[in-house]
Design a protein around this ligand. Structure first.
Ligand code: AQP
Length: 329
């Protein structure tokens, strides 16, 4: 089984990214043949960005993934822009992508609505680049959070259309969404997902937040006016905290509910804060050790890119030939 997933280079990955995606990357790195993880700097330029900050953010995210437990000798970790095949395949797949489908993407609607500067064509094309990322490796499985479901459906559609028209060349990937924690919610606005660009500062726990900050954010999480510690559609805040606790402790949501049955919300939040601090502590500590050595980070990314390029280049040869692009030889 070949695994592929991409993550944006932002300096501040949050608990939702960690639980929904990064945790799955680490767990899956030995199951992949290979497991391929990509830091998607080309996606990062679909919204306003600062060039120097972008480079530095790639190092931040690389260090965070390594600190979380990715091992370059057990998986393939690289920077998207180092493998130019992604950009070429984006254009080729654009020829098979319906404008109407792109126009229906929730992420585009949300992000373009919030944009105060230019709404770029790149933002509109974001899912095509994402399709190229995955299809270039003929990946079977894409570990992601719930918010990416629609983009995965679209890339399946593009692969299907390509194969129907030009013969079996690409693989229709399946998403892998975690059973618990697929959609971690903002602690202050539990109806919305925890998010890099759209969330509240107090409601977003960053993986690298100091323990006191994590504790403060979790203790001030918005809950409901009841007192029962159980999940339910009318109890979004508590449901979210139960999910977070279950993942941090490595138990089921039912086990959390029965352990804390009868406890007050205040005590429960204190326990969740403690569990999350403990859950993130090793990552934070390893990050401090790994991040300063930028040469080592570049070396790891460079080695990953070389292996990735070999796979993607092979796909591109077949795709170009099938589409009649380039010389016949
Ligand atoms: N709240 C979340 N719960 C679970 N999983 C989540 N993911 C994102 N938010 C949650 C998953 O994290 C992975 C990495 O996403 P990304 O780095 O490519 O960036 P993103 O999706 O743009 O991250 P955000 O935080 O969601 O930023 P905004 O809200 O600004 O777009 C993906 O697998 C995603 O599913």
């Amino acid at each position: 089984m070949r695994i592929f997933s991409g993550i944006q280079p932002t300096g501040s990955k949050h608990l939702g990214n960690y639980i929904g995606a990064i945790r799955q990357y680490v767990e899956g790195q030995d199951d992949g043949d290979p497991a391929i993880y990509c830091i998607v700097d080309l996606h990062a330029i679909t919204v306003p960005w600062d060039p120097a900050e972008l480079r530095s953010n790639v190092h931040d995210t690389t260090a965070l993934l390594l600190a979380a437990g990715l091992a370059p000798e057990r998986c393939l970790l690289f920077r998207q822009s180092d493998v130019r095949e992604h950009s070429e395949l984006t254009w080729l797949l654009a020829a098979l992508t319906a404008w109407g489908d792109l126009n229906r993407m929730h992420q585009f609607k949300e992000k373009s609505g919030k944009q105060r500067e230019l709404v770029s064509a790149g933002l509109f094309f974001y899912p095509v680049l994402q399709a190229a990322d995955v299809l270039a490796y003929r990946a079977d499985t894409v570990p992601v959070g719930e918010d990416q479901r629609q983009h995965i459906e679209l890339m399946r559609e593009i692969a299907r259309r390509f194969n129907e028209r030009f013969g079996e060349t690409l693989v229709e990937p399946e998403h892998r969404i975690p059973e618990i924690g697929a959609r971690i919610m903002d602690l202050q606005e539990p109806a919305n997902k925890m998010s890099t660009t759209g969330g509240t500062e107090q409601g977003t726990v960053l993986v690298l937040d100091e323990p006191e900050v994590v504790t403060k954010k979790i203790k001030s999480a918005v809950t409901d006016s009841g007192s029962e510690l159980r999940r339910g559609p009318d109890k979004q805040g508590i449901t979210n905290l139960i999910d977070v606790m279950a993942v941090a402790r490595g138990v089921t949501q039912e086990q959390v509910e029965s352990e804390f049955d009868g406890s007050g919300y205040g005590d429960f939040k204190g326990a969740v804060a403690e569990a999350v601090v403990e859950f993130l502590a090793p990552v934070r500590q390893r990050y401090q050790e790994i991040r300063p050595d930028e040469q080592a980070l570049e070396d790891a990314l460079g080695a990953g890119a070389e292996k990735a390029r070999a796979i993607a280049a092979e796909t591109l040869v077949e795709v170009r030939a099938a589409m009649g692009i380039g010389s016949a030889a």
